[in-house]
Design a protein around this ligand. Structure first.
Ligand SMILES: Cc1cc2nc3c(=O)[nH]c(=O)nc-3n(C[C@H](O)[C@H](O)[C@H](O)COP(=O)(O)OP(=O)(O)OC[C@H]3O[C@@H](n4cnc5c(N)ncnc54)[C@H](O)[C@@H]3O)c2cc1C
Length: 463
């Protein structure tokens, strides 16, 4: 028998549940389907558990540094990974059960557990059940990919999901990849006590960032004893004794890296290959991301795609914003769109990187007349007081309109302080607005006006 509803939502990640609440609240009969863990990646294997573990790693780091602050102990630190994991599981579990309870108690909303698959453009099967609706919302997220390298199937490897089950400190963790996920795990495990080697194919870490940011990140990690191998391609994996060996092709350095554990952090792919999208006629791009317009409508009217699976963002806040955009267009007669969104994200190494808008490189390439301000964290009082002076901040503004084009704060509190810049960018106000605000002392944010008072012309890229 086919059940008819007003809306079907596939996936309970960062867009689905909020959208369910909006649609059900407007009186629609909503069906929401989840095949695995409620809350999706962020809650179970992404943001929430990693940031919980980053907090444990920070605690270990500060205990090691205690004497610098005049705090006396015996200086030894040992990390009980079972307790780290238990803390992480508790925080993550609370979030997961919160999402499930919320959905199950939602008026007008029915939860279905199982794998959803399109049978046609308005019908979805979940096991033996068939659901039909004129509006279907896809929020299926993505998963880690494993590189097709000889020997990969012959060695045990971890991904961001399976590493969540590790309850001992790896003796030596090899990490393949130099992006955000790789870097967060690298520093956290180093602080737990593991030896860590990062093997990255690109010439620098976090390669989307400006070179000065990448260099500073590398220095921060190497300072803690993490070995970084760049311009290196893994050409094979094997086992030797109890060790995992990565064979590396590179211009310099050892041709082999061996370790006790291997983490693959080389990228993600959308969960769209097993969704029956062809039965519905929904178009995807070459990499499997669902093609959407500026209001997240797919190639088929009545079907929308939200979150990581549409390739328009890879963050929890972008997935959530997708739900806001769809809800506003459908229910509020408010034409919100994806292109209104300003790029913003953080990298949660310590100190963190907060980023908004264009990079310096992108501003140069745009050819516009721009100004740039920079300040090292050694010249930020709050950072000095906390003994956390690594990193720097910089901001780029348009010389003519005086609007802010982009900024990076790699430094203590950078993930929070960046928001005053982001909000002014959303307001489309000139940077002088920040200069005229009286910021609280002592904070990282109080130096943003100072930095803006020292702007210099930015050289344009040669054409
Ligand atoms: C290690 C790591 C750390 C991260 N840290 C951050 C961070 O600090 N900040 C940040 O903003 N982002 C972070 N992210 C990214 C963030 O987790 C994702 O961008 C976010 O979870 C995307 O949400 P989503 O709703 O698109 O999909 P997901 O959260 O992946 O949810 C999709 C859901 O759909 C379900 N599903 C899939 N297919 C089907 C089907 N056919 N039928 C039924 N259900 C299905 C899945 O089981 C899943 O529950 C991190 C990611 C990783 C991997």
């Amino acid at each position: 028998m086919t059940k008819t509803c007003d809306a079907i939502i596939i996936g309970t990640g960062q867009a689905g549940p909020f959208l369910a609440q909006r649609l059900a609240g407007a009186g629609m009969k909503v069906a929401i389907v989840e095949r695995n863990l409620f809350g999706g990646t962020c809650v179970n294997t992404g943001c929430v558990p990693t940031k919980t573990m980053v907090a444990s790693a920070y605690a270990a780091h500060m205990v090691r540094r205690a004497a610098e602050f005049g705090v006396v102990g015996d200086g030894s630190v040992s990390v009980d990974m079972k307790r780290v994991k238990a803390r992480k599981d508790a925080v993550s579990g609370q979030s997961r059960t919160g999402v499930e309870k919320w959905l199950r108690s939602m008026t007008n909303c029915t939860v279905y557990q199982g794998h959803a698959r399109f049978e046609s453009s308005n019908t979805v099967s979940v096991g033996a059940e068939r659901l039909t609706a004129d509006r279907i919302f896809i929020n299926v997220g993505g998963r880690a990919v494993a590189p097709q390298v000889p020997g990969i199937d012959g060695v045990p490897y971890l991904t961001n999901s399976s590493i969540m089950d590790v309850d001992s400190v790896p003796r030596h963790l090899i990490i393949i990849g130099g992006g955000y996920i790789a870097l967060e795990f690298a520093q956290m495990y180093r602080r737990f006590g593991s030896g860590v080697t990062i093997i990255g194919r690109a010439p620098r870490l976090a390669r989307q960032e400006d070179e000065d940011v990448s260099t500073a990140i590398r220095e921060i990690l190497e300072h803690e004893g993490i070995s970084v191998r760049l311009n290196a391609t893994c050409i094979g994996f094997s086992k030797r004794g109890g060790e995992i060996v990565a064979q590396v092709e590179c211009a310099s350095g050892d041709r082999e890296v061996s370790g006790s554990h291997l983490l693959l952090a080389v990228g993600r792919r959308p969960n769209t290959d097993d969704l029956g999208l062809t039965n519905a006629g929904v178009a995807v791009d070459k990499r499997g991301y669902i093609a959407v317009d500026d209001r997240l409508q797919t190639s088929v009217p009545g079907i929308w795609a939200l979150g990581d699976c549409n390739g328009k963002g890879a963050f929890t806040h972008t997935a959530f914003n997708d739900a806001e955009i769809v809800g506003a267009n459908l229910l509020d007669n408010d034409p919100r769109k994806v292109s209104d969104r300003i790029t913003a994200y953080a990298l949660y190494i310590d100190p963190p990187l907060g980023r908004v808008g264009l990079t310096e490189e992108e501003v140069r390439k745009s050819g516009r007349r721009a100004l740039i301000g920079r300040r090292p964290m050694t010249k930020v009082g709050r950072a000095v007081e906390k003994g956390e002076t690594q990193g720097f901040m910089k901001i780029m503004v348009d010389a003519q309109s005086r609007e802010i084009l982009g900024a990076a704060i790699l430094g203590t509190g950078g993930d929070e302080a960046i928001h005053s810049i982001l909000d002014v960018m959303y307001a489309k106000a000139p940077y002088t607005l920040i200069q005229r605000a009286t910021h609280i002392h002592p904070t990282v944010s109080e130096l943003i006006p100072t930095m803006l008072g020292e702007l210099q012309p930015l050289e344009r890229a040669e054409k």
